[in-house]
Design a protein around this ligand. Structure first.
Ligand code: ASP
Ligand code: MG
Length: 579
């Protein structure tokens, strides 16, 4: 007999009628001979209403412990109702709170991470033929205090239970049909993905996070939990989330294991930098299309802003054997007179889903390199990866420095074990502000210092780019959430840095696991933008992602153009979520 965890979100259990619909689905699964653990959210907008109530009586910052006690009631209501409804229909069932289900968390109110789950009670109930209905979003500390996991935490509860129970699969029922290739409100031709890997899903943050909490994806990946996201309103199969390299997790440190789980080095690359190329549409497209046409595989691409404006620096890496060829091509294009090549570089990277939203981690990497007197020549980041170009002679010291700080041995590069398309989805983030710190001395430790000051304030940096140094100085540019803008500006001014702020930008990203092995993918994205005369202001890449900063006013048009350029348009319109 198989074991399935089924999670139903707030809209799926919003009223009595929908709860009965959910019961039908559970019974149907039981009738297929499966054992079922159900995880539920609070009904509809219950959690929001409880928060409003708390604020009405206690102001903006109610006591966090009492707050958890309050919010945890929302999910209890749903479990009790679902369980009694099942019983009334003749299906044995039992409702369990986080405490009764053995969900042990860290002692942090309102943002607790799950440490482990004592599954003995759930197993005993299952053995008696019951459907076990567990509250999402809550747990208890080792000393018995009630905690909640943070907004949207029921997804996390469900996948963690599936991991702990070694369930055959975890099904997340929601009010959308699954994960789409892009945002259907902006691109009506968005299509439904039959499958996506957890790594891609995490990189498509702004797209995937609306459907499934990233912490849940992280657990699925670490424990290779077979996961599917489907609509509560139909029998359509939804989207499978694959974790081809998973099953490394420790069930006694479910969500609190390593934040960084990979250190990589690539000594096979060479760097080319074009300094002071004109800042206008079509430049990157011309350059990378030319390289792709000659069959040169480009790995890392970084385009940063130069000061004064109107010029950019574009740097990229290619296999060493292709360096001369690439240089010849670049010279023939006459985009700039200043082309710098370096055959003696390495790319060191750290990767891990724990990097998402944790500004201290990139800062730790830069500090570790700085402390060992290793100069960082280029930086490119994505959601789950930070890559730095350094001098080849510094490679071993860099590995040692990173190994020490993250307690890891170097890991082999990611080789996708699934056949994956080169572009799975396109994401647009319109909530970004770009900051540029200008004329930073090109010395070990300087990037670290600047980024550390922001990390200390807990401000997550999104796309961090450091370009090729010119005349002994660098410009470091990065994006942050627009809501963090004033805090970030103030912090940087305190460090005495000249900062340039631009709130009128958007980030457009393509993500695909197959990208690493394919040539000309970035070029095709740049080309699609060039055809619409859309200027690219910054570029950063990782193996599975290319991100461009563009003007906000062109963002939606750019998204549509790129979505179409990769033939992701579907033939059917996806109904937009009801709420
Ligand atoms: N009820 C909680 C919330 O609204 C948890 C969840 O729905 O996942 O954030
Ligand atoms: Mg929810």
């Amino acid at each position: 007999m198989g074991l399935v965890v089924q999670k139903f979100g707030g809209t799926s259990v919003a009223d009595a009628e929908r709860i009965l619909q959910v019961c039908q689905r559970i019974e149907h699964t039981v009738s297929q001979g499966e054992r079922v653990v159900v995880v539920v959210s609070a009904m509809g907008k219950t959690t929001d209403s409880l928060i409003d109530l708390a604020r009405a009586v206690a102001g903006e910052c109610p006591n966090p412990r009492e707050m958890d006690l309050l919010l945890a009631t929302g999910e209890q209501v749903t479990t009790a109702l679902v369980s009694m409804a099942l019983q009334a229909r003749g299906q044995a069932a039992i409702a369990l709170t986080g405490r009764e289900a053995g969900i042990i968390t860290e002692p942090h109110h309102q943002r607790a991470r799950i440490v482990r789950i004592d599954i003995s009670r759930i197993k005993a109930e299952l053995e008696q033929g019951k459907v076990v209905v567990v509250t999402g979003f809550q747990g208890i500390t080792p000393s018995g205090e009630v905690t909640t996991l943070g907004r949207g935490g029921s997804d996390t509860s469900a996948v963690a239970l599936a991991a702990a129970l070694h369930a055959d699969r975890c099904e997340i029922y929601t009010d959308v049909p699954g994960i789409l290739t892009t945002d259907p409100r902006l691109v009506p031709q968005a299509s439904l993905l039959a499958e996506i890997t957890a790594a891609e899903m995490l990189e498509l943050a702004s797209l995937g996070a609306k459907v499934l909490h990233p912490r849940a994806v992280e657990i699925a990946r670490n424990f290779a939990v077979p996961l599917v996201v489907r609509s509560s309103w139909s029998d359509a199969p939804g989207t499978k989330i694959l974790s081809p390299n998973g099953a490394r997790g420790d069930l006694h440190a479910l969500e609190v294991s390593r934040l960084v789980d990979g250190i990589h080095i690539d000594r096979s690359q060479a760097k080319v930098a074009l300094l002071g190329v004109p800042d206008r549409p079509g430049i990157a497209a011309q350059l990378f299309s030319a390289l792709a046409a000659e069959g040169i595989l480009v790995d890392l691409i970084v385009q940063s802003i130069q000061h004064p404006r109107n010029y950019n620096d574009i740097a990229f890496t290619v296999p060493r054997a292709a360096l001369d060829h690439a240089l010849r091509l670049c010279r023939d294009l006459h985009q700039t007179e200043t082309i710098v090549a370096d055959g003696a570089i390495s790319i060191v990277s750290i990767s891990g889903v724990g990097i998402v939203g944790r500004p201290a981690i990139p800062a730790q990497m830069f500090s570790a390199l700085g402390q060992h007197d290793i100069n960082i020549e280029m930086i490119a980041t994505s959601e789950t990866k930070v890559s730095c170009v350094i001098a080849e002679q510094d490679s071993d010291r860099a590995l040692r420095a990173l190994g020490e700080i993250f307690q890891l041995e170097p890991t082999p590069a990611l080789i996708p074990s699934v056949e994956a398309p080169s572009v799975r989805g396109v994401a647009l983030d319109q909530n970004q502000t770009r900051l540029a710190v200008l004329n930073v001395p090109d010395r070990p430790g300087v990037a670290a210092q600047i980024l550390q000051s922001l990390a200390d304030k807990g401000i997550p940096l999104d796309m961090i780019i450091q370009s090729e140094p010119a005349q002994g100085v660098n410009n470091i540019a990065f994006t942050i959430k627009t809501t963090d803008r004033y805090e970030a500006e103030r912090t940087l001014q305190q460090t005495g840095q000249a900062v340039m702020v631009d709130t009128d930008v958007a980030k457009l990203s393509i993500v695909g696991l197959g990208m690493a092995q394919a040539k000309g993918i970035a070029a095709r994205m740049f080309q699609a933008l060039a055809e619409r005369d859309i200027n690219i202001e910054m570029i950063a890449t990782s193996e599975i992602k290319v991100s461009c900063i563009i003007r906000q006013s062109r963002a939606v048009e750019a998204l549509q153009a790129v979505h179409q350029a990769f033939a992701l348009n579907g033939s059917q319109e996806i109904p937009i979520e009801r709420s």
